[in-house]
Design a protein around this ligand. Structure first.
Ligand code: DSN
Length: 430
């Protein structure tokens, strides 16, 4: 980064500081990961200079012969990897991708049914202050009050009562397997589109560690920067292009589902695609298609299970009692700590987690009762189950001794040495 250092030392220094923070800490926010140097190179390339509104072969700007090839590669790799009929790789990120899906399939005021934000869902699945709750009628489902698992019979009852035009499954803070087939059955009963937002678990699906929604959903959306380990961005995947509800919901339109989605992205919502981002997504998709990625996905889950066993054995209260995927949700009430306090405490020893609402939380989102942690980023750094068990013990020590600065100093030193033995891909001179 010698040019940046020369021309803007302030930004250069901040990037170095952030890189140092990433290298010297244990990153355990389940939605974060470390891209490969190849992804970063594509992201920092001259492709950022180009306008290319439209799609390959049909652009509103000249000079797109190479950009077209980049986007086609990204689309074809996405289609092959997820085994779908159509892929749109242009969404700037997950929220715009979901907005485009609403825009393609619904009219303002139509009803959607999604997992409540307060019970592990996402803002764009119908939260009242989000576009999805403001421009659409949003009904929500939660988790079972005792088990904290999705209760499909209860979701079915809500769907029958609410009759949504789109049912949304997928979560940001749910540690168990999602049964996409059951969601399909519910959607069919009420003639709703089924949107599966697999942003969190997409890498696990590719690796065969979580069932795929592709046989069941009408539309699948994934961000590209979580377990997929690419740049920030999103992809909309269509298992089939024929719209089985075409006649029902779009009686005057001649367009199939793929055309509706593509038109919703541009001209509906976005302008020029971020071509550097598209190229970096293509690189990440190629990496995810390699055999090592399956090993990576398997290790994410093994690591999460090892972590959850250790934390449970230490007396921490895990929502649903454990995990099937990459993340854990912990209720801190029995430790007398809030999520915010725990996040700050762990941050002080170099372990980054995020405070999170737990199901039926009595506290507020900015200072909830829980924390959420995950293993995708540490697994990228090569951490295996033994190290995860040790990290679990370190986390428990800090949370059980919130005022013991000697313990904190010891843990911080151990965190530092663990990061040294599990280096990031890039060196500090990069
Ligand atoms: N913000 C993401 C997460 O952290 O889960 C969801 O979009």
């Amino acid at each position: 980064m010698s040019k940046l250092k020369e021309s803007d030392s302030e930004i250069y220094e901040l990037i170095q500081a952030e890189k140092h923070r990433q290298q010297e800490g244990l990153e355990m926010i389940p939605s974060e990961n470390f891209t490969s140097p190849a992804v970063l190179e594509a992201l920092g390339s001259v492709l950022t200079n180009k306008y290319s509104e439209g799609y390959p072969g049909a652009r509103y700007y000249g000079g797109n012969e190479f950009i077209d090839q980049v986007e086609n590669l990204a689309r074809e790799r996405a289609k092959a990897l997820f085994q779908v009929a159509h892929a749109n790789v242009q969404p700037y990120s997950g929220s715009p991708a979901n907005l485009a899906i609403y825009f393609a399939l619904l009219n303002p005021g139509d009803k959607v049914l999604g997992q409540s934000l307060t019970m592990g869902g996402h803002l764009t699945h119908g939260y009242k202050l989000n576009f999805s709750g403001k421009f659409y009628q949003a009904a929500t489902y939660g988790v079972d009050s005792k088990t904290h698992l999705l209760n499909y019979e209860e979701i079915r009852k809500i769907a029958l009562a609410e009759k949504p035009k789109m049912l949304i499954c997928g979560a940001s803070a749910y540690p168990r397997i999602i049964d996409f087939q059951k969601f399909r059955e519910i959607a069919d009963e009420v003639n709703a589109y089924l949107l599966a937002d697999i942003s969190h678990i997409t890498g696990l699906i590719i690796a065969g560690e979580h069932p795929s929604p592709v046989p069941y959903a009408d539309i699948v959306m994934t961000t590209t920067h979580k377990t997929l380990r690419g740049p920030r961005g999103a992809i909309i995947l269509l298992p089939k292009v024929e719209d089985r509800f075409h006649d029902l919901y779009h009686p005057t339109s001649k367009r199939n589902l793929a055309e509706l989605i593509d038109a919703a992205i541009i001209p509906g919502l976005q302008g020029g695609p971020h071509n550097h981002q598209t190229a970096a997504i293509a690189v990440a998709l190629k990496e995810a298609d390699a055999p090592e990625f399956k090993i990576y996905g398997r290790q994410i889950v093994l690591n999460a299970k090892a972590l959850s066993e250790t934390l449970s054995a230490q007396g921490l209260d895990l929502i649903t009692g454990g995990t099937d995927n990459h993340l854990l949700l912990i209720d801190l009430t029995n430790l007398g700590l809030s999520g915010k306090q725990a996040e700050t405490l762990l941050d002080s020893v170099g372990i980054t987690v995020n405070k999170n609402l737990i199901p039926f939380d009595r506290r507020k989102p900015l200072d909830p009762s829980g924390i959420r942690l995950g293993t995708p980023a540490l697994t990228t750094r090569g951490f295996k189950t033994d190290a995860m068990r040790e990290i679990g013990l370190l986390i428990a020590r800090v949370l059980k001794n919130p005022n013991d600065s000697a313990t904190h100093i010891e843990v911080k030193e151990r965190v530092r040495s663990l990061t040294k033995t599990h280096p990031l891909f890039y060196k500090s001179s990069n």
